[in-house]
Design a binder for this molecule. Structure first.
Ligand code: GTP
Length: 598
C-alpha cells in the first residue's frame, strides 16, 4: 500500500470518557469483525481490565476503511492505557503513530489525564482531532467543552467531531476525519535497509513473545534474520502479521505499517521498547534514538498467607514477570511473615493489578505490606543507601540525612470541592505551585512527597470530591526532609511488615491512628495485648486490647459435645487467615486495613 493511504493513530482520553467504546465502534462499523463476534470492549483482553474498565497493556488493530474519496485506507489504531501509572507506555506508543483522536466526555469536560495524555501527543508531534463523546447524555454541553478544550489545552476545537460511541452516532464522521485530517506516515523507503521500531511486546502462553512493530524503512518478512540493535539479540522471524483484531498472518510488513512479529523470543525482558529492529545482514545506519526503560517507583512486600504456597507463588511471580518488564521482584524474608518477595511497581494501580492477578489467576492468598517509595539515605560515612524497604533502615545514629522522591501533581476539580482538596494536599505536606480556573473548574498544581500519595491519596481525593476530581502526576526529583522510621509493636514484638517511613511531624498522628485501627482489627486473646507505635526506642502512641472474658465454648454450657467440637473446628478454620506473632494472632486483613489512613 502506498503511504498516502495509511493512517496511524492513537486515541487519548481521560479514563471512562469512552476510548474503548469508540475503538469498538470503529472496528464494528468497518466490518473488521463480524457482527456476531463483536463483544464490548474488544481490545481489553484481560479479565481485570474488563472488570475495572481500564486498559493496561497497549494493543493494536488494523482497520480497512473505504473512504468517501473512493480509496480504501488502512487505519492502524494503537490503543494506549489511560491510567496515570502507565503514562510511560502511552508516551512510547505515541512515537509509533502520527495522529491522535482526543476523546472528551461532553458531559464531563477536560480532566487531568486528558491533559497529561494530550500533552504527550503534542510532544510526539501529533496532529490532533478533538472528538466530543457521549452527546446522547442530557448533561452533555458541547459548546462549554469546546471552549474548555481551547482554553485549557490550547488547541482548535470548533470543528470537533460530535459523537455517541454508545449509540453509534457520528462514527462515520470520525472515520472521515481520520483520513482527511490526520497525516500519512512521513518516512518510508521499501528499498532501504530494514528499520522498524519495537513498539511493545507481550507474552503469549502458546506463541511466546509477540512483538508489535512499526516499520519505518524496508520490508519485514517471515524467515528474515533480524537484529535488535540495542540489546544485540538476533532471531529468525517465524511469522509476521496484523491484528484485525485477531492475529492474522501476512506475507510482509512494509513502510508505514504496524503489525506483529513472532520469533521464538523467550522473555519479554529481551525486547526493549524503543529498540530498533533491523536485518542481521543489511543493517540500517541510523537506529532510532530509543527510550528510557520504565522504572518501578513503588515497592511493597508480598507474602503468602499460607507458607506452603511459597513455591507456587514464586512460579506465579516468574510467569507474571515474563509478561511485564516493568514489574520487579526479589526474595525477602521477614521475621513476622516468613518468606516472600519484595516487589517493585510503576504505581499503586500497577501494584493492585499484579496482586489481584496472583490472588485470582493463581489462587494464592497474599499479605501486602505498606507500600514504600525509594528513599535516599545519606550515611555519615558519605555513602548512600537506596532504601526500598523500611525494615532495612539503618540505625539513625549513622544517618546524615534522608531524601524522598517528590512529584508534581495536577488536579482538576469543580470549584465547590476546591477547599477540601487544598486541605488534603496541605495535610500531605504539599507545596502549592499553581492555581488557575477554567470556567467553574479549578486546576491546582502541587509539589507533593510521593510517599504521601502512595497510601490512599487517590481514594481520599475521589471521596472528598464525590468522584469529580481528577489527578495526574510526574516525578520531579529528590529532596531532603525530616523522615523517620516508625515501628509497630504488638505485645512488645515489633511487626516489621507494618514499619513505615514517615515525616517526624506526622509520626504521632499516624502512630495513633495505626494503633487504634489495630485495636479494632486484632481479635481479643486470653491476655491483655499492648499495641504501640515507636520511633527508635521511643513510644509515641499506645493502645491496649483487653483480654477476652470467657472462651467461646463457654456458652455451650459444657453439655453438647458435638456442638462444642464444631465450634472449635470453626475457630481453627478461621485461624488459617491469621498469622502468629509471638503469642498473638493477627488476621490478614489487619495488615491491609491498618495501612489505610483517614
Ligand atoms: P479506559 O479504556 O479504561 O481508559 O476507559 P475508556 O475511556 O475506554 O472508557 P469506556 O469506553 O470503557 O467507557 C466508559 C463508560 O462510558 C462505559 O460504561 C461506556 O458504556 C460509557 N460510554 C462510552 N461512550 C458513551 C456514549 O457515547 N454515551 C454514553 N451514554 N455512555 C458512553
Amino acid at each position: 500500500t502506498e503511504l498516502k493511504y495509511i493512517r496511524n493513530f492513537s486515541i487519548v482520553a481521560h479514563i471512562d470518557h469512552g476510548k474503548s467504546t469508540l475503538a469498538d465502534r470503529l472496528i464494528q462499523l468497518t466490518g473488521t469483525v463480524a457482527e456476531r463476534d463483536m463483544k464490548d470492549q474488544l481490545l481489553d483482553a484481560m479479565d481485570i481490565e474488563r472488570e475495572r474498565g481500564i486498559t493496561i497493556k497497549a494493543n493494536t488493530v488494523r482497520i480497512d476503511y473505504p473512504a468517501k474519496d473512493g480509496h480504501t485506507y488502512i487505519l492502524n489504531l494503537i490503543d494506549t492505557p489511560g491510567h496515570v501509572d502507565f503514562a510511560y507506555e502511552v508516551s512510547r506508543s505515541m512515537q509509533a503513530v502520527e495522529g491522535s483522536l482526543l476523546v472528551v466526555d461532553a458531559s464531563q469536560g477536560v480532566e487531568a489525564q486528558t491533559l497529561a495524555n494530550v500533552y504527550t501527543a503534542i510532544e510526539a508531534d501529533h496532529e490532533i482531532v478533538p472528538v466530543l463523546n457521549k452527546v446522547d447524555l442530557p448533561a452533555a454541553d458541547v459548546e462549554r467543552v469546546k471552549t474548555q478544550i481551547e482554553d485549557v489545552i490550547g488547541i482548535e476545537a470548533h470543528d470537533a467531531v460530535q459523537i455517541s460511541a454508545k449509540t453509534g452516532l457520528g462514527i462515520p464522521d470520525v472515520l472521515e476525519a481520520i483520513v482527511q485530517r490526520l497525516p500519512a506516515p512521513k518516512e518510508g523507503d521499501r528499498n532501504a535497509p530494514l528499520k522498524a521500531m519495537l513498539v511493545d511486546s507481550k507474552y503469549d502462553q502458546y506463541l511466546g513473545v509477540i512483538v508489535i512493530v512499526r516499520i519505518i524503512d524496508g520490508v519485514l518478512k517471515k524467515g528474515d534474520r533480524i537484529r535488535m540493535m540495542k540489546t544485540g539479540g538476533t532471531y529468525d522471524v517465524d511469522d509476521v502479521g496484523i491484528y484485525r483484531p485477531a492475529m492474522t498472518a501476512v506475507d510482509e510488513l512494509g513502510p508505514g505499517e504496524i503489525g506483529y512479529l513472532n520469533a521464538s523470543i523467550k522473555q519479554v525482558r529481551d525486547t526493549r521498547v524503543g529498540d530498533t529492529i533491523t536485518h542481521e545482514k543489511r543493517q540500517t545506519a541510523a537506529p532510532l534514538p530509543g527510550f528510557k526503560p520504565s522504572v518501578p517507583v513503588v515497592f511493597c512486600g508480598l507474602f503468602p498467607v499460607d507458607t506452603n504456597d511459597f513455591d507456587d507463588m514464586r512460579d506465579a511471580i516468574e510467569k507474571l514477570a515474563l509478561n511485564d518488564a516493568s514489574f520487579t521482584y526479589e526474595m525477602e524474608t521477614s521475621a513476622a511473615l516468613g518468606f516472600g518477595f519484595r516487589c517493585g511497581f510503576l504505581g499503586l494501580l500497577h501494584l493492585e493489578v499484579i496482586r489481584d492477578r496472583l490472588e485470582r489467576e493463581y489462587d494464592i492468598d497474599l499479605i501486602t505490606t505498606a507500600p514504600s517509595v525509594i528513599y535516599h539515605v545519606h550515611m555519615r560515612d558519605g555513602t548512600r543507601l537506596d532504601l526500598h524497604n523500611p525494615a532495612d533502615m539503618p540505625d539513625m545514629t549513622h544517618v546524615e540525612h534522608i531524601e524522598e522522591p517528590r512529584i508534581k501533581a495536577t488536579i482538576l476539580v469543580p470549584d465547590d470541592y476546591l477547599g477540601d482538596v487544598l486541605k488534603l494536599c496541605q495535610e500531605r505536606r504539599g507545596i502549592q505551585l499553581d492555581l488557575t480556573y477554567a470556567g467553574t473548574r479549578a486546576m491546582v498544581v502541587y509539589d507533593l512527597p510521593l510517599n504521601e500519595v502512595v497510601f490512599d491519596f487517590y481514594d481520599r481525593l475521589k471521596s472528598i470530591s464525590k468522584g469529580y476530581a481528577s489527578f495526574d502526576y510526574q516525578m520531579i526529583g529528590y529532596r531532603e526532609d525530616a523522615l523517620v522510621k516508625m515501628q509497630v509493636l504488638v505485645n512488645d514484638e515489633p511487626v516489621d511488615a507494618l514499619s513505615m517511613m514517615v515525616h517526624r511531624d506526622r509520626a504521632e498522628g499516624r502512630g495513633r491512628a495505626m494503633c487504634e485501627k489495630l485495636k479494632e482489627l486484632i481479635p481479643r486473646h486470653m491476655f491483655k495485648i499492648p499495641i504501640q507505635a515507636a520511633i527508635g526506642g521511643r513510644v509515641i502512641a499506645r493502645e491496649t486490647l483487653s483480654a477476652m472474658r470467657k472462651d467461646v465454648t463457654a456458652k455451650c454450657y459444657g453439655g453438647d459435645a458435638t456442638r462444642k467440637r464444631k465450634l472449635l473446628d470453626k475457630q481453627k478454620a478461621g485461624k488459617k487467615k491469621m498469622r502468629q506473632f509471638g503469642k498473638v494472632e493477627i488476621p490478614q486483613e489487619a495488615f491491609i486495613n491498618a495501612l489505610k489512613m483517614d
